[in-house]
Design a protein around this ligand. Sequence first.
Ligand SMILES: [Zn+2]
Length: 273
Amino acid sequence: MKISSKLVKSAVISLSLITLIGTTIPIVATPTTIQAKKAKKKHYVTAKNKHQFKFGYAYVYNKKKHCYIGHKMSKKERQQFNMPKEQKIQKAKSNYDVPNINNFNNTICSQYSLLGYRWNKINLTFNDNHLNAHQQELAENSIEKINNLNSIKLSKTNKKADITIQIAKKENPRVVGQSTYTISDDDKYKNINLYEIAEINIYNNSILTQVSENIIDYDTLFKHVILHEVGHCLGLKHNPTQSRIMNVTNSRSEHITDPDQDYINDLAVLYQN
Ligand SMILES: [Zn+2]
């Protein structure tokens, strides 16, 4: 499977958006996209008998190896056999008044500030054990507000999670938070790529710098950063409108700890469809 150059390119472009403008605070670095490592690994699977066949794979019996060798069927092959897409997509149970979308093309994605990615499920896990107790409390306050929107449900786990929230190991004075995620370049749903795993890095020293300059209090900024970064990890991109959570820079008066209407609608469009 080849690496999608389109995804790599979009990550490079969005990184250049991180700038300091006057007294505004650089709220967040833009996400970077990493291709799935496992896609490079192997191109076939094996099965001892027909009960072990995986959906979406074509098998041939290999006499020497005494097993079936299967390869993942291409889109063309699946169409040839009239097979549905392998991906099963869960839709949100929320009922916001948003349009039905059949194709998340560029126009729709920019209209709703969407990255063009989503999870195939609506029940996700997060692990914030790397944060201290107070930071966990702040992060979970923001996550609860996202859960209350009823589009996505994020549950805390101590194990490997869909979204890991941690303090960045290296410092970067220009950003307060950054999201990184792995996107499957294989199956698409309504023209959307699917998340496999995501990681949020919080630049705590950058937050402390903003606080020491009396620009904002720690708790408010921390909660805002979590809302913004989790937004990226759910599929939201930067919103050009000032005073929105997903805006890339915010002046001191524009830190928000509640989901705004764009945030709510954009998530609903993405997950209700
Ligand atoms: Zn951002």
